[in-house]
Ligand binder design. Structure first.
Ligand SMILES: Cc1cc2nc3c(=O)[nH]c(=O)nc-3n(C[C@H](O)[C@H](O)[C@H](O)COP(=O)(O)O)c2cc1C
Length: 176
């Protein structure tokens, strides 16, 4: 069975914890887990997988987490081919403290990997989230799974479960 690569960038450990939860849920038989800070060498790490779950928190004002910056810059220059790859995005933000830039990093990853030919799945309806603005919305939906451990940590588990349920149509895993 095709393996899934889970790659995450995390500054204070929130995305890391979420990525670990997803990894545990799906199981090590079908997933590999990479920290962008500790395990990522170059784009070949990503390209070895046909299925990718990419996690990135939002920092600055709607920017990607630090460990993603250089890889994304390199990919913008080198333009590796992601056609045939299925990608889903997840990332935490802060819908109150950063309400005008909520999970903007997801929009940046979406635009870039889509431009490189990837098929991006796992969009999430914006209903149920309160925020002012987000550049991660396309056609009324978030391009991936937004989470908020600052204000809505009680919703995280269910949000992840709902999302995995959506993803199983496009990813090679089953969830109970
Ligand atoms: C200085 C700073 C800037 C931030 N900027 C944003 C932002 O623009 N949009 C957003 O949704 N969250 C923003 N956040 C919230 C973080 O994304 C959130 O705390 C997240 O859980 C951090 O995840 P990490 O520990 O995996 O990096 C910011 C937090 C800090 C401290």
């Amino acid at each position: 069975m095709a393996k899934i690569g889970i790659f995450y960038g995390s500054t204070s450990g929130v995305t890391e914890e979420i990525a670990e939860k997803i990894y545990e849920e799906l199981g090590s038989e079908i997933c590999d887990l990479y920290s962008m800070e500790e395990d990522f060498d170059d784009v070949e790490d990503l390209l070895q997988y046909d299925y990718l779950l990419l996690g990135c928190s939002t920092w600055g004002a709607g920017e990607v987490q630090n460990d993603w910056r250089e890889p994304l810059f390199d990919m913008e220059v080198e333009k590796p081919d992601f056609s045939g790859k299925t990608i889903a995005l997840f990332g935490p933000g802060d819908c109150q403290g950063h309400s005008k830039h909520f999970v903007g990093a997801l929009g940046i990853l979406y635009d870039q990997f889509k431009a490189l030919g990837a098929r991006i799945v796992g969009a999430v309806p914006a209903e149920g989230y309160s925020f002012e603005k987000s550049t991660a919305i396309r056609d009324g939906k978030f391009v991936g799974l937004p989470l908020d451990e600052v204000n809505e940590s009680d919703k995280t588990e269910q949000r992840i479960a709902n999302w995995l349920d959506i993803l199983k149509a496009d990813f090679p895993f089953q969830v109970a």
